[in-house]
Structures are given as C-alpha cells and as structure tokens.
Design a protein. Structure first.
Length: 355
C-alpha cells in the first residue's frame, strides 16, 4: 500500500500497476489459497483483508474486535462496532453479541425483491433515495435472523445496534448468481441511495453518527469475471469509471451510473459511503518505528520480527506527529486463516462470488 501511494504521489504513469499489493496479498494468504496471483477472488473480501493487514501492521495485534488505537486507520475510519440482541415480548432480552465488521453485508436479490415490493405497494421512491435505501437495507439484513427466548421459547427478530461513530460505511452485496437477469440487476441498482443514514440501517445508534448523512463515494461492480469501480470526484463533481488501466468520466448525476450499469449489466458488489466532514486520524499514538514481520520457512511457520532502517525504501519521507522521520518497514506479514462465512461459497471454477 505504501509503495502504491508513493507512486500515486510521484509517478508520471497514467495507470499505476498494483503488483506490490497483489504480491503482498498472495504471500499473506498463501496457506489459505486466497488472493493468489493470476486467480480471481472476491473484491469485497479483498477490501476487508487489506484493512485487517493495515490494522495488524499499525498495532501489532490481530485482535480485530477490541482495537482502541487512535492511529489505527482501519478501525478509526472503517469499522462498524455492532451489538446484536433480541427483545422478547415477554420482557426478556438475550445475551448481547458484540462484534466489529468492516463491511455490512446484505443479500442483493433480497434487496431487489424488497424494492419491487415497495413499488408495488405504492411506496414509490426517487432514484438515489437514501432514506428508502437505508430502510430496505435494515429489512433485508435482518431476514431469517430470529432467536428463541430462553424463558417463553418464542422466537424474536435479532436487532442490531451501532455503538461507534464511523467515517466510512461500507455495504457489501451478496449475489446468488454471477449472471442474473437485467431486471434483477436494475432493481438493485435503482434502489441504491446516493446517501445513507446509519439510523435507517440499524435499529438503534448509540452515538452521534445517527444524525449524519454519509455520501456515496464509490461502488465496486462485477460483470463477466471482471471488476470495475465507480468513484465520485468531489471537486469536479463527476462520476469517474475505472476499468483496469482505463479511466473516463461518465457524468455528474447518479442516473449516469445507473444507465451504464443497465447497458453493461454491472452488478453492484461494494458500496462505500463517507462522511464529508470527517476528521483526520490522530497520529500522536502512532509508532515512530515500524517492525517488519518475516515468515520463517519451517515446518511450523513462525513469525520473526525484524527491525529495518528506512534508507532502503523510497517512501522514507513519512513523518511522525513531531515531524521526525518514521523508520520504514518491509511489506508483509502472515496472519491466521481466512474466516469462514455462511454467505460465502466457492464455485467449482475456482472463482469466488457472494452467494
């Protein structure tokens, strides 16, 4: 990531090769056979794993659920601290389940079906309606999540509460097919809001984030074993379209993105909403020296910390908050295996999709 951002700042190339990042991911998840070179993998999960690796390198810890480091970009900017529980009609509440997620996943077909149902019932909404989108996300994210009360044995729906105040809200779309029909694609695309409130997505918000509007900043889409990205340029007020090494602006309105998705059958996979008034990361707690973790090739792979001087790395211009040079690090570490999820499956052709 460091090499990529240095190139972004100084390179004269029109397109930046992500080779270093791809190689780093391949090494980190080699034992899990994920994100290997030349093999297509899940874009949303790749985004998650990059955030996990950033957390690990900034904090030295693989604990994702209790990070309080003010300088951890992954948690301070992107994490959603969620509390799940049920409230039964008999008055009993279940044991709360707390966890952290970088992406809030929902079923794309369920979202499309809920949007169609809303239209049929006369609750029409305009293109890009964020308020309606947030409510639809809440409905479909809770589908099938019921728990039995230990007292009266009746089932109650699981309620989700947001405990923190994130700067980014990322919503992942889980598809049950890599080739859905165009009507199903458009029912999803047309339901996407250009803004969202977490108070619409979650049953309760325990912070000031509930009143904030998060603006749609980017969308990762998929078609025909290929990923592309839409990003909104806040200065030019234009939607840009990234397709491998090619970039072009497609218009100033969300309707322009919707129309391109219709023509090319693009399936939304990841939506990134951002707080336009977010503060910068606090760097006073950041380490003044970074330790590289090198995987030792033994029978039981061990991790050996090695300190490295910054003189060999071109990006040694990074500074700490007191303007001292920050000792640089090598690129990689290796963590535990990829977490399994009931919403992920591997197709027989080796390509990963959300199902």
């Amino acid at each position: 990531m460091q090499a990529l951002f240095v190139q972004f700042q100084h390179s004269s190339q029109s397109a930046l090769p992500p080779d270093h990042l791809r190689e780093a991911l391949a090494r980190c998840y080699q034992e899990q056979h994920r994100f290997q070179l030349g093999i297509m993998d899940d874009a949303a999960e790749c985004f998650e794993k990059i955030l996990e690796q950033i957390h690990f390198h900034l904090t030295g810890s693989d604990d994702l659920d209790s990070c309080s480091a003010a300088h951890c970009l992954s948690h301070q900017k992107c994490s959603l601290s969620v509390l799940e529980m049920t409230e039964c009609q008999c008055g009993e509440t279940s044991e709360p389940l707390a966890f952290v997620q970088f992406v809030h996943y929902i079923s794309a077909p369920s979202l499309g079906a809920a949007a169609k149902k809303e239209k049929k019932q006369g609750g029409g909404y305009s293109l890009g309606d964020g308020e309606m989108f947030g409510r639809l996300v809440r409905v479909v994210s809770g589908e099938g999540e019921w728990r039995e009360c230990e007292t009266c044995h009746k089932k109650s729906p699981v309620k989700k509460m947001l405990l923190n105040n994130p700067d980014l809200v990322c919503i992942g779309m889980i598809w049950d097919s890599d080739q859905p029909n165009i009507d199903d694609i458009m029912s999803v695309v047309q339901s996407v809001g250009i803004f969202v409130r977490v108070s619409d997505i979650f049953h309760r918000v325990m912070s000031e984030a509930g009143s904030k509007e998060y603006c749609l900043s980017g969308m990762v889409a998929y078609y025909g074993h290929h990923y592309c990205t839409f990003c909104y340029h806040t200065v030019l007020r234009q939607w840009g379209f990234f397709d491998d090494a090619n970039f072009r602006t497609i218009g100033s309105n969300w309707a322009d993105v919707v129309e391109l998705c219709r023509k090319a059958h693009y399936q939304p996979l990841l939506l990134v909403y951002s707080d336009p008034f977010a503060d910068k990361i606090v760097m006073t707690t950041a380490p003044v020296q970074v330790t590289r973790v090198v995987a030792t090739e033994t029978k039981t792979k061990s991790l050996t910390p090695v300190t490295e001087e910054a003189s060999e790395i071109s990006a040694d211009t990074r500074k700490t908050s007191d303007n001292k040079p920050l000792t640089n690090s090598g690129p990689h570490s290796e963590t535990g295996g990829s977490q399994s999820s009931s919403v992920r499956s591997q197709l027989s052709n080796g390509t990963y999709y959300r199902t």
